[in-house]
Write a protein that binds this ligand. Structure first.
Ligand code: HEC
Length: 147
């Protein structure tokens, strides 16, 4: 009986892995141009641009670097979920359609999330490393200057 349950679970797991492979979605890859309007409007210099590119744009813009493991179905499912949810909350590629008030509010949230070490999310820190203290400070100074 027990062996049967285990066998069923293993088959279900294998099926899940195979189906996930067919669902691989790496479509969030507009060019870097998609964040240009944001970078110009908010006076993002080269250093801040680098920090955002390495730590935030993957989930908060149309410009994701999926890396090699993004081709693994099961991992890709998580990535796609984070991108969808991330962009719902904050989308740097949508800056030109955000109203002035919304922009300020989002920048306030950026400041808070960085100050409280909430972003990037934990699983991303494992693969990409945490924000260095210097980069964190630079982001905070920049975000504050835009409020
Ligand atoms: C791996 C994906 C991922 C990365 C990378 C990432 N975020 Fe997020 N972010 C999310 C998700 C998912 C949410 C929504 C759920 C939550 O708040 O945890 C979110 C929410 C936010 C919010 C909105 C919070 C709110 O109150 O609505 C801000 C602001 C934010 N992130 C800023 C950043 C900044 C700045 C960076 C880079 C330093 C970053 N994020 C990197 C996934 C990510």
């Amino acid at each position: 009986m027990k062996a049967r349950i285990i066998r069923t679970l293993i088959i279900a797991l294998i099926l899940f892995i195979i189906i996930a492979q067919f669902l691989v979605d790496k479509s969030n890859v507009s060019s870097y141009e998609s964040v240009k309007a944001f970078e110009i409007a908010e006076k993002v210099d080269e250093n801040i641009s680098r920090i955002l590119k390495n730590n935030c744009y993957d989930c908060h813009s149309n410009h994701t670097d999926y890396k090699w493991y993004g081709s693994i179905g099961v991992i890709n499912l998580f990535q796609s979920h984070h991108i969808e949810e991330g962009k719902e909350h904050l989308d740097f590629s949508a800056w030109d359609i955000y109203k002035e008030g919304k922009r300020k509010h989002k920048l306030e949230e950026v400041f808070e999330e960085i100050e409280e070490d909430h972003m990037p999310i934990t699983v991303y820190k494992i693969t990409h490393g945490s924000l260095s203290e210097t980069d964190k400070d630079a982001l905070l100074v920049w975000a504050k200057s835009r409020l």
